[in-house]
Write a protein that binds this ligand. Structure first.
Ligand SMILES: Nc1ncnc2c1ncn2[C@@H]1O[C@H](COP(=O)(O)OP(=O)(O)O)[C@@H](O)[C@H]1O
Ligand SMILES: [Mg+2]
Length: 400
């Protein structure tokens, strides 16, 4: 890779690629946004704003190459006219420079990352989660079982990987001695505990035996991969959040996946707002510990319910295609929690009582999804269906 992007050369880079005109000298402001990749935001009072993202370079000068997938996602939208309707729901990418692993997208200056929004407001208005669920569903629905979209993505990525469990699950299922060199003693407790629950192991195997890759999936739905327009007018009961006011960004890991996996990951992200506030005392039982969280589950439940309802309202036919959809979403939420725990262990975070509680919650989601439905959504599956928007229900009945 030749060019290493910096705040000094980024404006010239944009000029060289005709994103800004050569002769124009407006006042630019350049800011670094530290994240997984190296991101630079260029804003101008007179021009459009851009975020320029470059894959980090390892010691050998190599990059992960994942930005190509983000570009393929944009090309998919550009190629298929019936996907134009999803463009306002995602950020628009305008340039990919394969040689230097750089991607340039429009930057929405007034928008903020959803995790920052929640942190600032310290409240979880269900309207937001509802819109999040609807937008995700629209993307899944627009590509669901569309073979031409699948083929298009398949030219650039290995479609078979979607049916295999992610790496952290394979590692948990088949431990090799090399693990002792990589993981600190705390982390080994995680592996020991996981292996002590054969029912959990079985539930995970059963889940991946029934996985159904069927649509474009984001595959990295963390709350910081959503951006939101803070001017959403939550004060008014009448004003609805417009679709384009919540955008899904960072499509680097997209693939042809199971929609329940994407939605389950998102459910686990909302649940993390609760789980990350646990303070576990070894002398307390699990239920007491869970009830003592500083951000109680009851604070998140309305958003979790709104997320699922929003999704099912925008994509009611999924229940016809997948009668077990809600159950699988709940189980994938369990996988989302285990994925996060594996990440902590890999990066040598302490594995304490809080993490043990999280693993128990993940186990409940995976082994008892039906019971867990009321716990996390505050309603049984039947109640959730009864409260679905009558229009969506009617369209579902018409398709059954
Ligand atoms: N188009 C955009 N408009 C506004 N903010 C954005 C945009 N793209 C990214 N961001 C902000 O930058 C952060 C990092 O961007 P992201 O694409 O997720 O990069 P990374 O791959 O490094 O995670 C996001 O969490 C969000 O806060
Ligand atoms: Mg990101």
């Amino acid at each position: 890779m030749g060019l290493i992007l910096s705040s000094k050369n980024v404006v010239d880079y944009l000029k060289q690629h005709n994103i800004y005109s050569q002769d124009f000298q407006p006042a630019f402001s350049v800011t670094i946004k530290e994240s997984k990749n190296f991101n630079i935001v260029v804003t101008s009072t007179t021009h459009k704003n851009f975020i320029v993202k470059q894959n980090r370079v390892d010691r050998k000068g190599q990059t992960s190459g994942n930005l190509l997938s983000e570009w393929i996602f944009q090309e998919l939208i550009n190629t298929f006219s019936n996907l134009a309707s999803i463009q306002p729901l995602v950020s628009e990418t305008i340039l990919f420079d394969r040689a230097n692993s750089i991607i340039v997208s429009v930057f929405y200056n007034e928008y903020v990352a959803l995790d920052d929004y929640y942190e600032t407001h310290q409240s979880y208005h269900p309207k937001i989660a509802n819109r999040v669920g609807m937008n995700l569903a629209k993307i899944h629905r627009a590509t669901y079982q569309q073979l031409q979209h699948r083929e298009y993505l398949g030219r650039h990525c290995n479609l078979d990987s979607a049916t295999r469990p992610p790496g952290f699950i394979s590692n948990l299922n088949s431990l090799s001695p090399s693990i002792f060199g990589k993981i600190c003693p705390d982390g080994l407790d995680f592996y020991r505990l996981y292996q002590r629950f054969p029912s959990l192991h079985q539930a995970v195997i059963e889940l991946y035996d029934h996985i159904q890759p069927a649509c474009l999936a984001h595959n990295d739905l963390t709350l910081d991969n959503f951006i939101i327009d803070p001017q959403i007018g939550l004060e008014s009961d009448v004003v609805q959040i417009r679709p384009e006011q919540v955008k899904i960004i960072d499509w680097e890991f997209n693939y042809w996946g199971d929609p329940a996996d994407d939605l389950g990951m998102l459910v686990s992200q909302y649940m993390a707002e609760w789980l990350n506030s646990l303070v576990a005392d070894p002398s307390l039982d699990l239920n007491t510990t869970l009830s003592l969280a500083t951000c109680p589950l009851e604070k998140i439940t309305p958003s979790l319910r709104a997320l699922l309802r929003g999704y099912l309202t925008a994509f009611p036919e999924i229940l016809k295609h997948r009668r077990d959809f809600v159950k699988r979403v709940i189980q994938f939420a369990g996988i989302g929690i285990i994925g996060r725990l594996s990440y902590y262990v890999e990066y040598h975070y302490p594995f304490n009582n809080e993490e043990i509680c999280k693993l128990q919650v993940a186990k409940n989601l995976l082994c008892h999804p039906d019971k867990s439905c009321s716990t996390i959504f505050g309603s049984t599956e039947a109640e959730l269906m009864n409260h679905m928007n009558p229009k969506s229900l009617a369209s579902l009945k018409a398709t059954v």
